[in-house]
Design a protein around this ligand. Structure first.
Ligand code: MRU
Length: 337
């Protein structure tokens, strides 16, 4: 299996996550517009993977420039297109800001050298994300006791990152320590990232995974079958409030009620230094069709109104710790510069 995203001979290759686990299809993109569509339509998803895709999208846009191009105007056009794809994932904007800094620092070079620098920076973002996730795994693995059942929600694994995963990375690192671990994966309605992606990844890695529907978590907690919860994050405010896949908040409240530690695992690039609290995090509202249908078939009357927020915000008071590559942060949160 290739990683979720890879750069190959001036093309970006992605596994089509909409088709998993039934089909393993790889799609190639040669333009920044193609990458923007891939992000918007969830060919690639998961905050860190979206960040890597956006960086490669910018690189593809810049590589297409001809001499005599108004590069400032062209750069704005490319970033605006990519910015408009998914509003909640902080890593998208973080990666675009990094690409902008590289552009500004190198815009007076020859076009050929500027192109090289932009591609190098996108590659660095990918390589660093993998190393970051491995560090998150090392920092978090001791939080999982031997013999524990871990609940996770959505997919914060290798498909959602440049590799290894964040929440799933912590689980993998504990598994690699030789601990016997069982994972309960919430199915994660409506896009089914848990059922389709997390189960697929863990099964391939030889980690014991059990699929549950989203409404079962409370019951298993009450029965003492879950010892720890670990999820990823799409955006973290300065006070630790965390946006993640819709349903995460419910799981966090349930965990608190049952005295089960609830951890978030995420790279520092998911922390938004511009936001004081989670109330400021923009929440993406997706197509109602995702709720009305399963597998392309209506499960309700087509005219019934639907709400489909893709994320919710878990207040910091429910979070036992945020596991990052720099260590584990706890309340009161101070993520530093
Ligand atoms: O809508 P998605 O699939 O992009 O949402 C993904 C999540 O909510 C993940 O939990 C989060 O991005 C962390 S991925 C390491």
């Amino acid at each position: 299996m290739l990683p979720a995203i890879a750069w190959k001979a001036n093309r970006v290759v992605m596994i089509d996550q909409r088709k998993l686990p039934l089909k393993e299809i790889y799609l190639e993109y040669r333009t920044h517009g193609g990458v923007a569509r891939a992000i918007k339509t969830m060919v690639i998803r998961g905050a860190p993977a979206i960040g890597v895709a956006a960086a490669y999208g910018v690189a593809l846009g810049v590589l297409a420039w001809k001499s005599g191009e108004n590069i400032d105007r062209a750069f704005e056009r490319i970033t605006r297109r990519l910015q408009g794809t998914r509003p909640t994932a902080r890593n998208l904007f973080w990666a675009l800001e990094r690409m902008r800094r590289t552009f500004e620092a190198n815009r007076n070079l020859t076009l050929a050298r500027l192109k090289r620098r932009m591609l190098d920076e996108a590659r660095r973002i990918e390589v660093e994300d993998l190393a970051t996730n491995e560090a998150i795994g090392r920092n978090g693995r001791d939080l999982i006791p031997d013999g524990a059942t871990v609940l996770t929600h959505c997919n914060a694994g290798e498909l959602a990152t440049a590799g290894y995963g964040t929440a799933v990375g912590v689980i993998r690192a504990a598994h690699e320590q030789g601990k016997k671990i069982r994972v309960f994966s919430d199915e994660t309605r409506p896009f089914l990232q848990g059922a389709r992606l997390t189960c697929w990844e863990l099964d391939r890695r030889g980690i014991n995974v059990v699929l549950i529907t989203d409404n079962m978590a409370g019951w298993f907690m009450r029965k003492g079958e879950i010892q720890v919860v670990i999820v990823g994050a799409d955006r973290i405010a300065r006070n630790g409030d965390t946006a993640n896949k819709i349903g995460t908040y419910t799981v966090a409240v349930l965990a608190k009620e049952h005295g089960i530690p609830f951890y978030v695992a995420a790279p520092m690039s998911t922390v938004d230094p511009g936001l004081e609290t989670g109330a400021e995090i923009p929440i993406e509202e997706r197509d109602p069709g995702e709720v009305r249908k399963i597998g392309g078939r209506f499960i309700t009357l087509p005219h019934i109104p639907v709400r489909n927020p893709a994320f919710d915000v878990t207040p910091a008071k429910y979070i036992a710790g945020i596991i990052t590559e720099k260590g584990i942060f706890r309340t009161p949160y101070c993520f530093g510069a």
